[in-house]
Design a protein around this ligand. Sequence first.
Ligand SMILES: [Ca+2]
Ligand SMILES: [Ca+2]
Length: 263
Amino acid sequence: MRFGWWGAEELGLIGSTKYVQSLTFEQQLDIALYLDFDMIGSPNVGYFVYDGDDSDGVGAGAGPYGSAQIEKAFVDHLTVEKAVPTEGTDFTGRSDYGEFINQGIPAGGLFTGAEVLKTEAQAAKWGGTAGIAYEPNYHGAGDNLGNVDRTALDRNSDAIAWVTASYAISTEDVNGVPARSERAQARAATSAPSTWKTTTTHTPTWRNHFSTGAGLLVQGTAARSALRVAREPQGGTRQGAGSRRGPVAGRRLDVHPAQRQTA
Ligand SMILES: [Ca+2]
Ligand SMILES: [Ca+2]
């Protein structure tokens, strides 16, 4: 896990964009997923989860493959463990996930709302006041620690911890790479002579990192070739550092990278 606190988000996602673009393509492949937590305690709270599969059909399309699974992980925790109904929120590009998605990295996260007004239906299911903003102090002088919804912060913190820890153990549902324990078993079953095996320490071929700030990243080096296929534009070679490009052309969001590789 790698935690990131991005600078100059309000000035145009400058810190996070610079970070992602400063990575080589190989380093970008190491990032299995990115989790974004920009606002999670708005006082007139809305419980929004980034709409990774674009099931709402609003605004931007679905995120890179794996984004739908991230969305489901958050929705499952909040609705099942916390009994809090959620709604999707579009990848509008207003927060630091933007450049991660541009580079084909799966993303997701939580959001409790900003300047948009809460509806009657939302007030009925979440409490709070219809007709005023989820965050009335958005970009205002009243945006301080006295105006944080502690219940929302607590619920969302639990969901963040659960989902983050789950992906620290395994990113299999996002990128097809099995958990470390399963990989160790596979190595033990297929590796060389037993006399050698018992005395040799196998260096893990994987590492998992997380990063957050407003966000979190999970990295892994396996399934690299599959990820490469998934993230590279068709017939092209990625430049990595410093490149600025839109969503990957021809990228399939509904087919797992590993499956797509053999298709
Ligand atoms: Ca959705
Ligand atoms: Ca959308």
